[in-house]
Design a protein around this ligand. Structure first.
Ligand code: SF4
Length: 352
């Protein structure tokens, strides 16, 4: 998802594995995934299916995946993927990481299965810390790119600089180098010429984690909005999520509890996925004076379908424009851009 594959590649390679990274999800990935998935499976399931098949074509014999808990289909992804891959004749091992707080022994056993070099526990901890630091730097850089792109003087000038900045952070090894690379990368982005005194429209983006984080799944919506002069803020970044979901962070320290409290009067139940978070974040964006909220939902995603109906009430009560976008294998970029342009016009009129 997003900028993270390079970091996971580095960690797995340092453990002594030959790492195969499938291509960035594209039309072929999706048509392969769609062909071998149940018709009603959600979009991230189909993209992953296609990516696994592409990785197998490139020689992968083991798949490392994340699991999932709670009342939605995420927890069934990996077992179903494995069953279908085996039906297709691929004898791959599937190693599924569940949140360590649920079963620490299982988590450590899986790390040890991937520890081909036999690194010590201390070396593995250092490796994971460096990986998290790099992910944090990549997330901060992405946040900054959204601020800069919305104000860029020449349309399209931020994206190539952002790509260059990412390469600097990817290449850094160890905590000190990551800090240095981040400062240089940040400097590069800040040097992009920007319009002075321009106050862009601000849009919060909420929704399901995969389509929020993976630009190829959301048709680069943040880039498109940025180039329309709109600043976006996303409700989920990978490092924020690992802490807020208590996957790796200290329980209670981060703000997911707050999001649930805020969502409570509108949606008091944990309905799986990020449905409740979508509602809570939308309310928080409204209270912070954002001009609008966009919800990204994979087609057939049950938590986001529920959230969508609740967001209608949030929209009414806060007079907040909300645009819900459903993504599936039929969604095209031209249609999406037309809807975004209309939404931006609406927000501009409201602001005037
Ligand atoms: S959150 Fe939605 S898209 Fe993600 S697994 Fe659950 S139902 Fe599917």
């Amino acid at each position: 998802m997003g900028t993270s594959p390079e970091v996971f590649r580095e960690v797995l390679a340092a453990l002594g594995n030959e790492v195969v990274i499938p291509p960035r999800p594209n039309r072929r990935t999706l048509s392969l995934g769609t062909k071998y998935s149940p018709e009603f499976a959600c979009l991230p399931y189909k993209i992953l299916m296609g990516s696994y098949l592409e990785a197998i074509e490139m020689g992968a014999d083991t798949i490392v995946a994340s699991g999932g808990v709670g009342p939605c289909r995420a927890g069934q992804y990996a077992p179903l993927h494995e069953l279908i891959l085996r039906d297709l004749g691929h004898e791959v091992d599937v190693i599924v990481f569940e949140p360590p707080r649920l079963d620490l022994r299982d988590f450590l056993g899986k790390i040890s299965a991937l520890n081909a070099k036999g690194l010590s526990a201390w070396q593995i901890i250092k490796l994971i810390q460096a990986g998290l630091k790099k992910l944090g730097a990549l997330d901060s850089l992405e946040r900054l790119s959204h601020r800069v792109r919305a104000r860029e003087l020449v349309r399209g000038s931020t994206t190539p600089v952002y790509r260059k900045a990412l390469q600097l952070v990817y290449a850094a090894q160890g905590a000190r180098e990551i800090d240095e690379a981040y400062s240089r990368a940040e400097g590069l982005l800040r040097e992009v010429p920007q319009k002075s005194g321009y106050e862009p429209l601000k849009v919060g983006i909420v929704g399901e984690i995969y389509v929020l984080l993976e630009p190829s799944a959301n048709l680069e919506i943040e880039e498109a909005l940025g180039e329309m002069g709109v600043e976006t803020e996303r409700s989920i970044y990978l490092t924020g999520w690992t802490r807020e979901s208590k996957l790796l962070g200290k329980p209670g320290r981060y703000n997911r509890t707050r999001v649930k409290e805020v969502a409570g009067p509108y949606l008091g139940e944990m309905i799986g996925g990020h449905g409740q978070d979508s509602v809570g974040h939308a309310v928080m964006y409204a209270k912070r004076g954002f001009d609008g909220v966009i919800q990204l939902a994979p087609f057939t995603c049950i938590p986001e379908i529920v959230a969508k109906s609740v967001l209608e009430r949030v929209s009414r009560e806060f007079a907040l424009p909300v645009l819900s976008i459903t993504l599936d294998e039929q969604t095209g970029k031209a249609g999406l851009l037309t809807r975004l342009e209309a939404f931006v016009d609406l927000m501009k009129r409201r602001r005037r």
